[in-house]
Design a protein around this ligand. Structure first.
Ligand code: NAI
Length: 478
């Protein structure tokens, strides 16, 4: 007899493992299939997906290490602290990162045991459907066909590669190789000035690489509010990142000595970038091939995404749902997690809801960039009358004490109703500060609500309050 489950989740990343836990909490018999072992020494499939194994978590570990190195090298003197010569042991830095990843993936295994979730070790694909449910083939360390009444597809995404630029994750890397260089590249080239290019470019610059980022579009961070994008470009350039916009990538040659990227600059002039390592970060594509979707009558769209209902993540096959990077919406771990919870609750007959407008975005550069809701350009485009309030970290005592006075908070509120329509932060701890804005927007707060709420002093959060006051031209400390 084959094993049968109420809910089978395909993929153990943030969308999948969270869906599995929530479904188990709701009393279902749950399994989760995962095939990717990443760097596991025993070749055992690892839970946590791209985010935990080769994305958010390891990159934040490296960001923290490189920030400490930069602080010790350049900024401690401002505090009157003298240190001897600062050295970086890059192997130790990478080992620390790997230890954090291992701890976190083991943590999910513990959560699976606690919630009695069956881990199916292998690649899952649809075989067909019968009266009992969907038949799913598991192919890997486990080899079997299981049956499930409900299936949640949470197979995530992989880096998009460019034609004629073969990624070996040694000389030419995507997010995977870019997190484990065996030595610090003297010269690092990056194709694509998006989130991954900027985050990884910043990490390696801080530990000593000379970094050149080549971006195809003429506009820097086009999805980000223009005011923030301008400030970010100014600050990153000042830090030493060489960001070249509007380039056209030509032939890329790699040999033992390194990589040469031929490109045309924005003035149409032929250029060459010689570097020791190259990172290609030009977006991601959904993992929807080899799932046997055709066997249950499902098709992907022209970009490989699985079409789902806007509100329920239901696919066209009854009882089959898809969440995270394989469906519409931002490719963000926290969006995937929320969709995982939503689907588990829908299967249980509940009526959950996600307001996609209130999903915060973060770019973990230094300073961090974070936002929620609409940008000024979107409001202008939609013809919505708004008022803007902006306040700099430079006028905040806590930020000055921390030596982190760069950046600002900008709040956009409806000109008539005062409802907060968007909040944009570039500055220290923006990833944490943005949570207040997300809560405010979920509760349909007005700028005046934030302005009237007592914020602790001295704290960075006061900048948020001052920006809210500034929408009514009554900031107190400016
Ligand atoms: P991205 O979409 O953020 O940026 C890719 C950049 O590459 C764009 O600026 C694009 O114009 C440029 N580009 C595309 N083709 C090019 C070409 N042929 N030549 C030169 N430039 C070219 O994609 P990225 O950085 O690869 O990240 C992928 C996804 O991963 C993002 O969509 C994001 O949602 C997710 N992610 C999120 C993070 C976060 O929330 N902090 C961190 C890392 C990834």
């Amino acid at each position: 007899m084959s094993q049968s489950f109420d809910v089978l989740v395909i993929g153990g990343g943030p969308g999948g493992y969270i869906a599995a836990i929530r479904a188990a909490q709701l009393g279902f018999k749950v399994a989760c299939a995962e095939s990717n072992a990443y760097d596991d020494p025993k070749g055992e499939p690892r839970l946590g997906g791209t985010c935990l194994n080769v994305g958010c978590i390891p990159s934040k570990a490296l960001l923290a290490s490189s920030e400490e190195f930069e602080k010790a090298s350049h900024h401690l003197a401002d505090h009157g602290i003298t240190v001897g010569s600062v050295k970086l042991d890059s192997n130790k830095m990478l080992a620390r990162k790997d230890a954090i990843v291992t701890k976190m993936t083991s943590g999910i295994q513990f959560l699976f045991r606690k919630n009695k979730i069956t881990l199916l070790k292998g690649h899952a694909s649809f075989e067909g459907k019968s009266a009992e449910g969907y038949q799913i083939k598991i192919d890997g360390k486990d080899k079997e066909i299981v049956t499930a009444k409900n299936v949640i597809i949470a197979t995530g995404s992989k880096a998009r590669h460019l034609p004629n630029i073969p990624v070996d994750n040694v000389l030419i890397s995507d997010n995977v190789g870019g997190l484990k260089f065996d030595s610090i590249p003297k010269k690092l080239g990056v194709i694509g000035a998006g989130v991954i290019g900027l985050e990884l470019g910043s990490v390696w610059r801080r530990v000593g690489s000379e970094v050149t980022i080549l971006e195809g579009l003429p506009t820097f961070l086009g999805a980000v509010d223009e005011g923030l994008a301008k400030e970010a470009h100014k600050l990153f350039t000042k830090q030493g990142l060489d960001i070249q916009m509007g380039v056209k990538i030509g032939e890329v040659k790699a040999d033992k000595k390194g990589v040469v990227v031929n490109y045309t600059d924005s003035a149409g002039k032929a250029q060459k970038l010689a570097c020791d390592r190259l990172i290609v970060s030009v977006g991601r594509v959904p993992n929807t091939d080899k799932l046997g979707l055709d066997k249950i009558g499902l098709k992907v769209d022209e970009r490989g995404f699985i079409p789902v209902d806007d509100h329920t993540c239901a696919t066209a096959a009854p009882g089959v749902y898809a969440v995270g990077d394989v469906v519409r919406g931002p490719m963000l771990a926290h969006k995937a997690e929320d969709e995982g919870v939503l689907v588990a609750e829908i299967i249980a007959g509940q009526k959950p809801h996600i307001d996609y407008n209130c999903i915060p975005w973060v770019i973990y550069t230094d300073p961090e960039i974070a936002w929620v809701g609409k940008t000024e350009q979107q409001l202008i485009g939609a013809g919505i009358a708004y008022k803007a309030g902006q306040f700099p970290f430079a006028a905040n005592g806590r930020a000055l004490g921390m030596g982190r006075s760069e950046g600002f908070v900008k709040i956009l509120a409806d000109a008539k109703t005062d409802e907060i329509l968007g909040v944009h932060i570039i500055g220290p701890n923006a990833s944490d500060l943005i949570a207040e804005a997300a809560v405010a927007m979920e509760f349909k707060a007005a700028a005046e609500d934030i302005a009237r709420i007592c914020h602790p002093h001295p704290s960075l959060s006061e900048v948020m309050r001052e920006a809210a006051l500034a929408t009514d031209s009554r900031a107190l400390n400016m």
